[in-house]
Design a protein around this ligand. Structure first.
Ligand SMILES: Cc1ncc(COP(=O)(O)O)c(C=O)c1O
Length: 389
């Protein structure tokens, strides 16, 4: 435990360590203290409209992309599972697994076409525990823009003896050079599936071909891809997975602390994941078609406005950088005044030239709500210049 008044080193005044932390995160601290779009208390929701204080806003910050958090079929199924299992059977998975776990793993493995899968509560748990196991005392090559939780997993791996090397974002040539320079096995390449700020997928075929060529060169099996994913967004559940070969799953069951020692996901989350998988099978493509079309409207509108976005994939994460990073608080306040709730993209979460806001579209946003967003973007562009290229 940290003593709050502890001073470090050369005569620093008590409490200085706290002031140093706050000044290192000054941009964010300032936004937290003064902005409606951060650390807000949401009093009430009505579909994708949310009430903060007295103000109703349209929510373009939710990550429930398929709208399953509001789906009647999912909501109405949950009480039956609570009756059968209680709210939270607090065994670690090592001790005992409610039958929901193997049922979800079976369905998920089939959906992914993966050899096997293992569920743990969150991606944060998975990155912190699985990356050190896979990397051992070898080398990790990590995409410079990988999610913070991946970086934290790499730091944990380094403490266990791994070497961590960073390669330029989504750049196979840079990765190839580093793979030649760092031969120590095992070698692990870490990248995001869909980058959480750009909304874009990696150049996976090229990166995988590269990794497999190096693995083949060393005479090892080259079919070595481990996918991790979370249910916390599209499936609206506190649950995440590692899709991997069965032998790796066996290893993780005896080495990954969240399997051995953490509490499980709540029953409501296991139920929403399971029913969500059923809904996905029955209606997932329809939900994705709606989502795709609504996101397209936002992207087309930005293009018409001459505004730049990092999104070139069409996925529903649309980051809109401002011409001047110092306008961030003003832009956020303006959008709130227009009744629009978005995610602020602040430095150092994104590079300074990408400071702006992120619009997340979900299938539960209506077409009218998207229209209101587009009107608000037009008005915003008149008062806060958006980045053009
Ligand atoms: C790309 C990415 N990885 C990891 C996480 C963390 O996921 P979890 O909440 O399951 O720990 C997030 C959440 O925002 C994310 O967007």
């Amino acid at each position: 435990m940290t003593e709050l008044t502890h001073s470090t080193g050369s005569g620093a005044a008590p409490g200085n360590w706290l002031a140093r932390w706050l000044s290192a995160c000054a941009d964010l601290e300032d936004l937290f203290s003064h902005h409606h779009l951060l650390d807000a208390t949401i009093e009430e929701i009505d579909g994708r409209r949310i009430r903060v204080g007295e103000r109703w806003l349209i929510d373009f910050a939710s990550c429930n992309y398929l709208g399953l958090d509001l789906d009647r079929e999912v909501i109405e199924a949950i009480p039956g599972y609570l009756d059968r299992w209680g709210t939270h059977p607090s065994w670690s998975r090592m001790l005992g697994n409610p039958a929901l776990y193997p049922e979800i793993e079976g369905r998920l493995t089939e959906l992914l076409g993966a050899p096997d899968s293992l569920l743990l509560p969150t991606l944060t748990h998975i990155h912190a525990s699985v990356i050190p196991v896979l990397a051992s005392d070898g080398t990790i090559f990590v995409d410079s823009r990988a999610h913070k939780t991946v970086w934290d997993g790499c730091v944990a791996a380094r403490a266990h003896g791994a070497t961590v090397v960073r390669y330029a974002h989504d750049d196979p040539e840079a990765l190839a050079r580093l793979l030649r320079r760092h031969p120590k096995p095992p070698r692990l390449v870490c990248m995001d599936g869909i980058n959480s700020m750009t909304g874009n997928p990696p150049r996976l075929p090229e990166l995988l071909a590269l990794a497999r060529a190096f693995v083949r060169h060393l005479g090892e099996t080259y079919d070595q891809l481990v996918l991790t994913g979370g249910f916390s967004k599209a499936y609206s559940s506190l649950l995440a997975f590692v899709a991997c070969p069965p032998e790796l799953k066996r290893l993780l069951k005896i080495t990954a602390p969240p399997y051995l020692y953490s509490g499980p996901s709540p029953v409501a989350s296991l139920a929403s994941a399971l029913v969500g998988l059923q809904v996905n099978e029955a209606r997932g493509d329809d939900l994705r078609a709606v989502l795709w079309a609504r996101t397209r409207r936002v992207l087309d509108h930005l293009e018409k406005l001459g505004a730049f976005t990092l999104n070139r994939s069409g996925f529903p994460i649309v980051e809109v950088p401002l011409a001047d990073a110092d306008d961030l608080a003003k832009a956020g306040r303006f959008l709130v005044d227009q009744g629009i709730y978005v995610t602020l993209a602040f430095y150092p979460g994104v590079p300074r030239e990408e400071v702006g806001f992120r619009v997340q579209v979900t299938a539960a946003n209506t077409d009218d709500e998207v229209t209101e967003l587009l009107v608000a973007l037009d008005r915003l562009a008149d008062v806060v210049p958006l980045r053009r290229g």
